[in-house]
Unconditional design. Structure first.
Ligand SMILES: *[C@@H]1O[C@H](CO)[C@@H](O)[C@H](O)[C@H]1NC(C)=O
Ligand SMILES: *[C@@H]1O[C@H](CO)[C@@H](O)[C@H](O)[C@H]1NC(C)=O
Ligand SMILES: *[C@@H]1O[C@H](CO)[C@@H](O)[C@H](O)[C@H]1NC(C)=O
Ligand SMILES: *[C@@H]1O[C@H](CO)[C@@H](O)[C@H](O)[C@H]1NC(C)=O
Ligand SMILES: *[C@@H]1O[C@H](CO)[C@@H](O)[C@H](O)[C@H]1NC(C)=O
Ligand SMILES: *[C@@H]1O[C@H](CO)[C@@H](O)[C@H](O)[C@H]1NC(C)=O
Length: 264
């Protein structure tokens, strides 16, 4: 009897061990399937922008596009990516050639450190961005909730994701029209698609280095003030970059640029 119980116990143990083993195996399969599905999801996002001219960055990378972006969206966003590179190339060239002793530099960065600015401009153009995802599906409903106002938004729930709203396509202009739509005061830099995209990159933590670059101030007068009185933060403020990029670019295309501010 006791032997039988012993056998029973031993068999029970073997059975239990087998169940645990099989369970682990099944869990492993399930995890593998989930991982595979995620991998497939990433593969299913379009890896586009191969046609974008990367300028001086031979191997620059771009965000991925969610499959919710249709062909029209993709065309618009491809041109947008081109313009992020175009505007960054101009800025980098100016920074390398003129350094910090330049009217436009001083206007937006005061006596801020050249190497900070150079590093940020290089970073936004050339940092690895394939983990950044642009999606066109208004997944959080914020585009619909803010019609004719939200051109896009960073996703609180998914740091690497940015939603592009339909209003983006309606409201954003091309660099070729710089100054044609109004001065930079009336038609501020984020109204240009490529510059706006750079602004959106800055919302992603690994690009803003956990708020090293942040939105400290936004109105043009405050942005100019920051450069004059607080250059340590001017070189860390998103809008100082956006104005600098637009000012450098427009001043090169249009004599005198189109700042639209007196006495600056
Ligand atoms: C940055 O640019 C250089 C020069 O074009 C290129 O070789 C490098 O691969 C780029 N880095 C990334 C992360 O794209
Ligand atoms: C693509 O989507 C946009 C809205 O995001 C829509 O206005 C447009 O008509 C769509 N184009 C095509 C070809 O489906
Ligand atoms: C990108 O810009 C280059 C020139 O800067 C141009 O030749 C090319 O056609 C553009 N591509 C797209 C997709 O706009
Ligand atoms: C800065 O530029 C001004 C005007 O172009 C020039 O007179 C001055 O010598 C320059 N300063 C330095 C430190 O290069
Ligand atoms: C900007 O100006 C150009 C040229 O005048 C025009 O075609 C375009 O529609 C304008 N874009 C916006 C968003 O106002
Ligand atoms: C500079 O700006 C930052 C961000 O707005 C602020 O926290 C800091 O106190 C300012 N420093 C000075 C000296 O004004």
């Amino acid at each position: 009897m006791s032997k039988e119980i012993g056998t029973f116990r031993r068999n029970g143990l073997v059975l239990l061990t087998s169940i645990v083993c099989i369970g682990t195996l099944i869990a492993g399969f399930v995890l593998a399937i989930i991982a595979e599905r995620d991998a497939v999801n990433i593969k299913n996002t379009r890896k586009t922008f191969t046609t974008v001219a990367t300028g001086e960055w031979a191997n620059a990378q771009f965000p991925r596009l969610h499959k919710s972006c249709n062909a029209t969206d993709v065309d618009f966003l491809t041109r947008t990516m081109n313009e992020t590179m175009e505007v960054a190339s101009y800025a980098k060239e100016q920074l390398l050639v003129k350094g910090a002793n330049d009217t436009i530099y001083k206007r937006w960065f005061g006596d801020g450190e050249l190497y900070d600015v150079l590093g940020v401009v290089d970073g936004i153009a050339n940092m690895t961005k394939t983990d950044v995802l642009l999606r066109c599906d208004d997944v959080d409903g914020l585009c619909a909730a803010n019609p004719n106002y939200y051109a896009g938004h960073h996703r609180e729930k998914a740091d690497a994701e940015t939603v592009i709203c339909d209003y983006f396509y309606e409201s954003r202009a091309w660099l070729s029209d710089i100054c044609a739509n109004g001065t930079l005061k009336d038609f501020p830099p984020p109204r240009y698609a490529g510059i706006d995209m750079i602004h959106r990159y800055f919302h992603v933590s690994f690009i803003n280095l956990d708020e090293y670059i942040g939105e400290y101030t936004e109105e043009v007068e405050d942005v100019l003030d920051l450069a004059k009185s607080n250059s340590t933060f001017a070189v860390r403020n998103v809008d100082n970059y956006l104005y600098y990029l637009a000012d450098v670019y427009s001043s090169d295309k249009i004599s005198g640029g189109c700042l639209g501010l007196d006495g600056v």
